[in-house]
Design a protein around this ligand. Structure first.
Ligand code: ZNH
Length: 141
């Protein structure tokens, strides 16, 4: 689970993401679709060309949910419970894809905040994304 210092570094990195959440969310998705093209099958209704309006809107939503999780770090389960239902019952995203998304988000953060992504911060953010994933995939059956 997250230590006090994990939570502090997660909040610190989030304060740097927040002003450019849409751009970083969009870059995360661009990396996801390029590196793990099978993830595109969930978005047949989207224009997935880099920088498309739909990609930006979705990047912004995904980062927004990450922000909600950061702000409710001791209660991510209830903060994201609606989203958890959506992913389990409606979207039925294979949980393996969350690992791919988390990886692409970490790469994006490392590229934009190289000085902040120490080994410790990296580990903290990785644990945090695993927690978000656990919440978003817990209702699957
Ligand atoms: Zn998801 C949707 C978040 C993962 C797929 N998402 C969504 C949304 C959000 C999210 C916020 C919106 C909702 C509403 O609108 O209400 N996700 C998220 C997060 C994560 C995720 C946070 C992690 C971390 N997803 C995911 C994955 C996938 C997905 C991995 C696959 C690949 N999502 C999805 C889809 C959708 C969503 C398909 C729908 C879209 C539209 O719009 O249509």
């Amino acid at each position: 689970s997250l230590t006090k210092s994990d939570k502090a570094s997660i909040a610190n990195i989030w304060s740097k993401i927040a002003p450019q959440a849409e751009a970083l969310g969009t870059e995360t998705l661009e990396r996801l679709f390029l590196t793990f093209p099978q993830t595109k099958t969930y978005f047949p209704h989207f224009d997935l060309s880099p920088g498309s309006d739909q990609l930006k809107a979705h990047g912004s939503k995904v980062m927004g949910a990450i922000g909600d999780a950061v702000k409710n770090i001791d209660n991510v389960g209830s903060a994201l419970s609606k989203l958890s239902e959506l992913h389990a019952y409606n979207l039925r995203v294979d949980p393996v894809n969350f690992k791919f998304l988390n990886h692409c988000m970490l790469v994006t953060l490392a590229v934009h905040f190289p000085n902040d992504l120490t080994a410790e911060t990296h580990a903290a953010w990785d644990k945090f994304l695993a927690l978000v994933t656990a919440v978003l995939t817990e209702k699957y059956r």
